[in-house]
Design a protein around this ligand. Sequence first.
Ligand code: FES
Ligand code: FES
Length: 159
Amino acid sequence: MDACQQYPIRLRINGQDRTFEVEAWVTLLDLLRERAGLTGTKKGCDHGQCGACTLLLDGRRINACLTLAVMQNGHEVTTIEGLATSDTLHPLQQAFIDHDAFQCGYCTPGQICSAAGLVAEGQAKTADDVRELMSGNLCRCGAYPQIARAVCDVMGIRP
Ligand code: FES
Ligand code: FES
């Protein structure tokens, strides 16, 4: 197999159809950051262990560093850049601001996308559930209490 062979793929990214030619080994994370110009999704560990690269694929949260772009041909991707609508922040973005739920901000896009997936899953009923179901998203600054409060606020859960 030619390692440099490229494959055509089509993705719907933040509501826009985009086409790319990608090598088989390119991750979805690298495609977004380096070829689609969407650097909001962060690369932390690049090994599925930190959650910095979390985004929504067909509405479900995934780690973008763990999937190859060619595997997602025809699918829908929502990144942190796609959550706000025109000039209005997504409620989770506003809640993170209101609750001071970040320090350096590096983990924040992944935290917010993960929280959006969590809300859509509808499984979290308590603050402990929120903490458990967000445990794949690490924050080196230790902003966990504020992050949990922000997510609980949007979900109407008492923190
Ligand atoms: S960069 Fe993907 S989980 Fe860490
Ligand atoms: S705010 Fe700095 S890593 Fe989470």
